[in-house]
Write a protein that binds this ligand. Structure first.
Ligand SMILES: NC(=O)c1ccc[n+]([C@@H]2O[C@H](COP(=O)([O-])OP(=O)(O)OC[C@H]3O[C@@H](n4cnc5c(N)ncnc54)[C@H](OP(=O)(O)O)[C@@H]3O)[C@@H](O)[C@H]2O)c1
Length: 283
């Protein structure tokens, strides 16, 4: 089996590439800016908004890992066309997000889930919670403000979140791609404990020795914070919507799905922090 991985240079896709190559599978690693080939990984240029890239990127893949298109109203239509053209692909694993199944069928991400379910392929949906890697790898969401001003900007109130390590999401993806019995099923991939963003800021502060503080910003202040650093309006609206969902408790979900799929406990926020937030040595 050759697996085509979308978003292969991103926080999740990169780890899915690693998990599948570790499992001995050839991988086609798709993104707009592919890197260098190595081992069983073939990087391929792919752009959702340039259909001329689709067929070459897919090549001989017979399974796909889809990240989907976030807040684009056309996402479901685009993915339906993509899967219709991908006639050799028999297995589809979609990375969605916690709570998407409880949104209206017309919401872009839910519409993508339904498009995959109706694609006529063997499908599995993974719904992870907020990624721990947003704190150190996602410049736009949290990493830049944390680095520049020790601020964890998140208008999330006191709601708890079952943060997911993207390495666990990747191991779950490898499990459902390489083993039988997951067809037509959906799994919610969360961490083993729930923290508020305030507790997360305390954990990062304690581990790094830095004065990191949670800024529980109101939506308008949050909008100004994001817009100040040039984020596009559609992205800002999408993020503010996600913070609203956190406040509403949508990401408080915690399940055993990861452990049932892989036979081990998911990584804790503390493990993530200890691996990524150690104090920087003084020169
Ligand atoms: N972040 C979270 O906390 C979280 C939680 C749950 C679910 N999710 C889901 O995970 C997804 C985001 O995954 P991620 O955090 O791994 O992404 P990411 O780190 O933002 O990476 C995005 C990836 O997509 C590629 N890409 C961007 N635009 C593209 C386009 N037009 N055509 C083809 N490839 C494109 C990027 O590479 P190039 O720039 O080279 O194209 C990159 O590989 C979202 O859909 C979200 O719903 C995220």
């Amino acid at each position: 089996m050759t697996v085509w991985i979308e978003g292969a240079t991103g926080k999740a896709g990169r780890r899915v590439v690693e998990a599948l190559t570790a499992a001995g599978l050839p991988v086609r690693a798709a993104s707009r800016h592919p890197g260098e080939a190595s081992g069983s990984v073939t990087p391929v240029r792919f752009d959702w908004y340039d259909e001329s890239t689709w067929a070459n990127a897919l090549g001989n893949a017979d399974a796909v890992f889809l990240k989907g298109l976030d807040s684009d109203d056309e996402a479901a239509a685009i993915i339906t066309r993509f899967l219709a053209e991908a006639s050799a692909v028999s297995r589809v694993v979609l990375m969605s997000a916690v709570g998407v199944d409880r949104t209206p069928n017309t919401a872009p991400r839910r519409a993508v889930e339904l498009a995959v379910e109706r694609s006529g392929r063997s499908w599995t949906i993974l719904r992870p919670s907020w990624f721990l890697q947003n704190f150190d790898e996602d410049e736009w969401v949290f990493a830049r403000a944390l680095r520049e001003s020790n601020e964890l900007y998140a208008g999330t109130g006191a709601s708890k979140v079952g943060f997911t390590d993207t390495r666990d999401l990747a191991d779950a993806a490898a499990a459902v791609l390489t083993r039988e019995g997951h067809e037509g099923r959906s799994y919610t991939i969360t961490g083993p404990e729930r923290l508020t963003f305030g507790e997360m800021a305390e954990l990062l502060a304690k581990t790094s020795g830095r004065p990191i503080k949670h800024v529980d910003a109101k939506p308008e202040e949050h909008r100004r914070h994001f817009e100040k650093s040039g984020r596009p309006e559609a992205w800002v609206n999408h993020m503010l919507h996600l913070f609203k969902l956190v406040r509403a408790g949508v990401f408080t979900a915690q399940t055993d799905d990861f452990e049932n799929l892989t036979g081990r406990r998911p990584r804790t926020p503390r493990q993530y922090a200890e691996e990524n937030w150690q104090p920087t040595p003084q020169r």
